[in-house]
Design a protein around this ligand. Structure first.
Ligand code: SD4
Length: 356
């Protein structure tokens, strides 16, 4: 399908809203993970140009197909959004779809930011963070989990099988083993080699290369309008032992309110944590912002803490969806993008960004 036709369909179906409250730029760069692009998908569209709207201006692009499921995920992850859609087709819930989709990236050794094949911390350990949240506001999370390929599923078990919401480190591992998850070596040969190379300089800057990170945050709205979400990551490569980012933290890496909408984050977790970005986005939507306006405001909150007239050297990207099925996405820098599956199309979009 030609890009224009797809964008028209996207607008009619209520996704791909690419307006910018900053009235600044839209990302012009390509995909973040060309190596994972399936054959035949090389002509995926970039975003429509950002246009100028104020933060309070309501969008006129309201979904007209509220019965279609909608899956939106950070970065170029068509296999994950496809698996989530398939799970819905099989009669699975929004939560089942989230878990199925996230598991695809966790199992992919080519994704060096998630699960198996994730880049290790500076001591060579692969430590994983994940969380999941459902339409009832139930939440489960694991942090600093090692040796378990599917932290998203362990997070779900924490939510469903324990009186707690968050488990860490050796306790989370013990729980996972009790639940029947196998212990595995998650450090692949290529991640080990990358770490060995990194050790030669051991230069660590908490800067995210905007073309090289693929934490998956996934939001699912099932055909009946139910919202659920998940987020899973190996965190920042070569982080300090014990470091936890935003991804498993309720309200920062992910937040769902089934009455309002859902949001998730990727990028430099420290900055997302300081502004509780995903909760902020959902609260802004509660107050009337569109998902797009809310994502842009959340980015603005990060940037307003930066020294004036500077361009930060880190990336943060947000995606959001509301109850009507409208979506939003915004990054600090170009390069951030997201995948949308609306039941008919499974496509990558560049997100608009604050800087060009
Ligand atoms: C973190 N937000 O641990 C994650 C990193 C990330 O793609 O999103 N990487 O801070």
């Amino acid at each position: 399908m030609k890009r224009k036709t797809f964008l028209q369909r996207a607008a009619a179906s209520g996704f791909g809203l690419m307006t910018s409250a900053f009235g600044l730029v839209s990302a012009a760069s390509g995909r973040s993970r060309t190596e994972s692009t399936p054959a035949g998908k090389s002509d995926l569209p970039s975003s429509a140009p950002a246009s100028s709207v104020t933060a309070t201006q309501p969008t006129s692009r309201v979904s007209t197909r509220t019965s279609n499921p909608l899956i939106i995920a950070t970065w170029n992850v068509p296999n994950a959004t496809g698996a989530a859609f398939e799970r819905l087709q099989q009669g699975g819930s929004a939560l089942d779809a989230v878990e199925a989709g996230c598991r695809v990236e966790e199992a992919d050794p080519g994704n060096s930011s998630v699960g198996y094949g994730g880049l290790p911390d500076r001591d060579g350990q692969v430590t994983l963070d994940a969380c999941i949240m459902d339409e009832r506001g139930r939440y489960g999370s694991v942090v600093y989990l090692q040796q378990i390929k599917h932290p998203i599923s362990v997070a779900r078990k924490v939510m469903e099988e324990t009186p707690h919401v968050m488990m860490a480190g050796s306790g989370a591992l013990k729980f996972a083993l009790q639940q029947g998850f196998p212990a595995e070596n998650l450090l692949t040969e290529s991640s080990r080699k990358a770490w060995e190379e990194w050790k030669i300089t051991s230069e660590y800057k908490p800067i995210i290369n905007i073309e090289n990170h693929d934490t998956i945050g996934m939001l699912v709205r099932s055909a009946d309008g139910t919202l659920s979400g998940g987020c899973t990551t190996s965190g920042l490569a070569y982080k300090m032992d014990g470091r936890i980012g935003d991804s498993p933290i309720i309200g920062s890496g992910l937040f769902i309110d089934n009455e309002i909408g859902a949001a998730t984050a990727t990028g430099l977790g420290e900055e997302v944590l300081k502004t509780v970005g995903s909760f902020l986005i959902v609260e802004l939507m509660r107050q009337g912002s569109t998902p797009q306006q809310a994502c842009e405001e959340a980015v603005r909150r990060i940037l307003e803490k930066q020294p004036p007239d500077t361009k930060p050297d880190f990336q943060v990207g947000y995606i959001a969806i509301n109850k009507k099925g409208e979506t939003g996405a915004f990054g600090i820098h170009p390069g951030f993008g997201y995948t949308v599956h609306n039941g008919e199309e499974n496509r990558w979009f560049d997100a608009a960004s604050r800087f060009s």
